[in-house]
Write a protein that binds this ligand. Structure first.
Ligand code: SF4
Length: 511
């Protein structure tokens, strides 16, 4: 629909003689998915939400031609409501802090000049002309940036391990195989600001001594893949990628590799096995990829959001970044808000923001005035956070303490109508489907758990089922080979921790 609105506006601008005065910029996602399609008119910053093709005429004739911000009702808005909000005046935006998403919804991702106009590739230039690899790694370490893909491993330390290896070839990889149900953070960055990832990967290449990078993107993201390829081609054309980056002698080339929709390929060793052309199955660690990764060479792998932070850290400094967030979790985190929440979409908030602020102040609360019951963070690897912990500051460690995890940033809200046993079953069905089958605890154990859960939810549960489920969950967690299996029991363990009564009601009251 957005493209049709753009075509209509272009035609209207031409017929009103405004085509040379007003430029239409096609951007990536603004984040406020619930209110899209969105048109923002600058310099006023007036935001029109839920725009339809038929609204284009009024925006052009009233706002652009006469300078009158349209005050009337647009599709989906309540009567009397002023739909022309300024971006800064909307709680959804002004309570956020956008570092990784800084350019999303702001620039045309298909035009390298727009990225450059917003300080793009300045960090790379600074690194190549003013800094040593050691100074770059030191900056990353001091910034406190931790991996945003789920593990939360300190990025600077990972880079340092790889930098210290001696090898004739090293690699830099980007994990864009975002597969959690409800997560679309990486997709948004790739579609809205692909150059930020390219710039960061080249900086990483300089820091660890790598000349080749791979971005592993799921094939189900065709727009992300297309824009990424366009961005790579433009970067080559501008001398930003290649054998003599920005005329400094630094060599860095980048290629895309497409994933075929296997969730397990988000696991770092499986991802690398897949890039090498084999079936995407995890390998035991150690050796860790920083020592023996792609084709046995030292390799670093970070996810899209992690990389998107890097150029800003280089430009604004480690102290600036480490001043944001909590003691052990620095910077911001992007969350994909979904489920029973009014403002579904993407939000980026400082670490330490409470779940209540995210759900109510930014997310606009629960539809139809229903009660919040729990939020699932970390997708199928995470767990739920119930009402009594709404005021917990969200960071890596607080979520683990609650029995959940940050994961890559999916945040699904449940209301009073949701059955938490069904929620646990939903996530377990996903992991059973996605298990690669290499190790028995995950291949067989998760299936047995699912059978018990199915029994319970069909009202056929027996005394002892809950205990069996718990025992299986703990054993799988302790013995599975990779993160997928080790975290698969989390949704069950956390719902058992906070909502055991719902399991008991299914078993004993046959509800
Ligand atoms: Fe495969 Fe599951 Fe074992 Fe991971 S834990 S290696 S996904 S079977």
């Amino acid at each position: 629909n957005s493209l049709k609105i753009m075509d209509e506006m272009e035609a209207l601008l031409a017929s009103n003689g405004l085509e040379s005065e007003v430029k239409i910029v096609k951007t990536g996602c603004f984040g406020l998915c619930a209110e899209g399609p969105i048109v923002v008119v600058y310099p006023e910053g007036a935001m029109y939400t839920r725009v339809e093709v038929s609204d284009a005429k009024e925006i052009v004739e009233e706002h652009l031609l006469k300078g009158r911000i349209v005050k009337r009702l647009l599709a989906g808005e309540k009567e009397s409501e002023d739909i022309s909000k300024s971006l800064e005046g909307v709680d959804f935006f002004n309570r956020q802090m956008r570092i990784a998403l800084r350019n999303c919804g702001r620039i045309n991702p298909e035009d390298i000049n727009e990225y450059i106009a917003f300080d793009g590739y300045k960090a790379l230039e600074k690194v190549l002309t003013e800094m040593t690899p050691e100074a770059v790694i030191d900056t990353m370490k001091k910034s406190g940036l931790r991996g945003r893909g789920g593990g939360g491993f300190p990025t600077g330390m990972k880079w340092d391990f790889a930098a210290k290896q001696t090898a004739e070839q090293k690699y830099v990889c980007c994990n864009a195989d975002e597969g959690d149900p409800g997560a679309f953070m990486d997709r948004s960055v790739l579609e809205g600001d692909p150059h930020s990832v390219i710039e960061a990967m080249s900086i990483a290449g300089f820091a660890i001594g790598a000349t080749q990078g791979y971005i592993y993107v799921r094939a189900e993201y065709p727009i992300a893949v297309k824009r990424l390829q366009m961005a790579i081609d433009q970067a080559v054309e501008y001398g930003i990628l290649g054998d003599n980056v920005l005329g400094t002698g630094h060599k860095f080339n980048l290629e895309i590799r497409l994933g075929a929709g296997a969730f397990v390929c988000g696991e770092e060793t499986a991802l690398m096995t897949s890039i090498e052309g084999h079936r995407g199955e995890p390998r035991p660690r150690p050796p860790f990829p920083a020592v023996k990764g792609l084709w046995g060479k030292p390799t670093i792998l970070n996810n899209v959001e992690t990389y998107a932070n890097v150029p800003v850290i280089i430009l604004k400094g480690a102290d600036w970044f480490s001043g944001i967030g909590t003691e052990k979790s620095k910077g911001t985190k992007v969350f994909a808000l979904g489920g029973k929440i009014n403002n579904t979409g993407l939000v980026e908030v400082p670490m330490g923001t409470t779940l209540r602020e995210v759900v109510y102040d930014i997310g606009g609360g629960i539809p139809k005035g229903k009660k919040f019951k729990a939020a699932q963070t970390g997708g199928p690897s995470g767990g739920c956070i119930p009402t009594e912990h709404l005021d917990t500051p969200i960071d890596y460690d607080s979520l683990i303490a609650l029995g959940s995890m940050m994961g890559s940033g999916g945040l699904i809200v449940m209301d009073e109508d949701n059955c938490m046993v069904d929620i646990a079953k939903f996530f377990l069905e996903f992991t059973v489907d996605e298990s690669c089958g290499k190790c028995p605890p995950c291949r067989i154990g998760t299936k047995r758990m699912l059978e018990i859960l199915e029994r319970i939810t069909e009202g056929k549960g027996e005394a002892g089922d809950i205990e069996k489920l718990e025992l299986l969950a703990k054993n799988i967690k302790a013995s599975a080979l990779c993160g997928l299996g080790q975290t698969a029991p989390n949704p069950i363990l956390s719902t058992l921790k906070y909502f055991r009564d719902e399991y008991e009601a299914h078993v004993f009251d046959k509800k």
